[in-house]
Write a protein that binds this ligand. Structure first.
Ligand code: HEM
Length: 347
């Protein structure tokens, strides 16, 4: 995939081979078999019907799936989202300031967001939003267990996020460990996913056009490089009722990465054209599911979008661009779809 960049140069997104293969083989197809026990779905209507047929089960929920066998209840999830919401709203009220955002992205915006939202947290909390813990559940668990064991209440004057104060309310070691793991599940994405989104946006749009609203830039980035590029639903009887090609033993991998580029649904599907969103509604546009299905859409999106806008406002204000000498950025095969190692400089 190429994006017009500086006059004679192009900027390229280099997908991991498995992702490129998915795009090459299945883009434009509604239904296909990926493995003997897994089907792929990228047709807008079929995705809609399947996601509508049953709610996500506990294990399929990315944020609030059970923690080592212990379910996370509805009231617990709601309380955690309210707490992180309060922290994000407080962060958004801070003046823009003079953060140093040049350097290698997504690491730079990750650290910026960590400091902005969870800035003065104690070390045992800060370590839980460290990039090095990414996708390593065992190490995360070890960090949580150590943090919960080395306990000592901070002095009252120590500033803590609303989220961290919830952990402090836990009485026993077991409860504290559970609460800290959930802290990681909720605080981590605020840094990881928003850093991924703004890095993808910068790579696709650089230099940001002053005439184009940031909202459109983000919608178009979420279309071409959706951080949540797949949605897994495990086998269940409802699916065969929706489509007889789906057997009782088939898991279903829904692929926004492909449906977002379906040539039947939109013009020039591989081109980065943020202005197309002037005429489209991201909440209802067919096959556009960067935050999941309407029936159970991401609870964090109202936090993600203003944080991403704030980072891109700083990019515009400070004239930051992807280093013109860099013409390729890789997307690895990972849980989160993001371009890696983008060098960001002042224009
Ligand atoms: C760019 C950022 C993000 C993207 C693209 C994204 C995407 C998604 C998607 C696709 C789903 C639906 C999953 C499914 O149906 O299986 C979802 C659900 C959800 N997301 Fe997000 N998300 C983002 C950030 C966040 C953040 C920062 C939080 C929390 C602070 C969050 C919390 C949730 C919750 C609570 C759910 C509901 C299901 C559950 O996990 O319990 N998301 N998100």
């Amino acid at each position: 995939m190429t994006i017009p960049a500086e006059r004679n140069k192009v900027r390229q997104v280099v997908f991991a081979p498995r992702l490129q293969e998915l795009l090459d083989r299945y883009r434009g197809k509604s239904f296909f078999r990926l493995e003997p026990d897994t089907v792929g779905v990228a047709g807008a209507d079929l995705m809609d019907a399947l996601l509508r047929s049953r709610p996500a089960n506990a294990e399929e929920r990315p944020t609030f799936k059970p923690v080592r066998g212990r379910a996370v209840t509805r009231p617990e999830s709601s309380a955690l989202m309210r707490a992180v919401g309060a922290d994000v709203r407080a962060a958004l009220k801070k003046p823009l300031g003079e953060p140093a955002l040049t350097g290698t992205w997504p690491a730079v915006p990750h650290n910026y967001l960590r400091d902005l939202v969870f800035g003065h947290e104690q070390r045992r909390f800060r370590v839980l939003v460290d990039r090095r813990l990414e996708l390593t559940p065992k190490i995360t668990w070890a960090a949580v267990a150590a943090g919960a064991a080395l306990w000592g209440r901070p002095a009252p004057e120590v500033a803590l996020s609303t989220l961290a104060r919830m952990v402090l309310e836990a009485d026993t070691y077991e409860q504290r460990r559970f609460a800290m793991y959930l802290y990681r599940r909720v605080a981590g994405p605020v840094c990881f996913t928003v850093a991924a989104l703004v890095t993808n946006a910068l790579w696709l749009s650089s230099p940001l056009d002053d005439e184009v609203p940031t909202e459109y830039v983000l919608n178009e980035t979420l279309r071409l490089l959706p951080p949540s590029w797949n949605i897994l639903r495990v086998r269940s009887p409802e699916f065969a009722e929706v489509d007889a090609r789906i057997g009782p033993g088939d898991d279903v991998l829904l692929l926004p990465l492909l449906s977002h580029r379906d040539p039947e649904l939109r013009d020039a599907p591989d081109e980065f054209r943020p202005s197309r969103w002037a005429a489209l509604d991201p909440d209802t546009h067919p096959g556009y599911l960067p935050f999941g299905h309407a029936s159970e859409r991401c609870w964090g999106r109202h936090l993600v979008l203003p944080l991403a806008e704030r980072v891109l406002d700083l990019v515009r204000r400070d004239g930051l661009v992807a280093d013109p000498a860099q013409t390729r950025a890789r997307v690895h095969l990972d849980g989160l779809l993001e371009v890696s190692d983008v060098r960001v400089v002042r224009a």
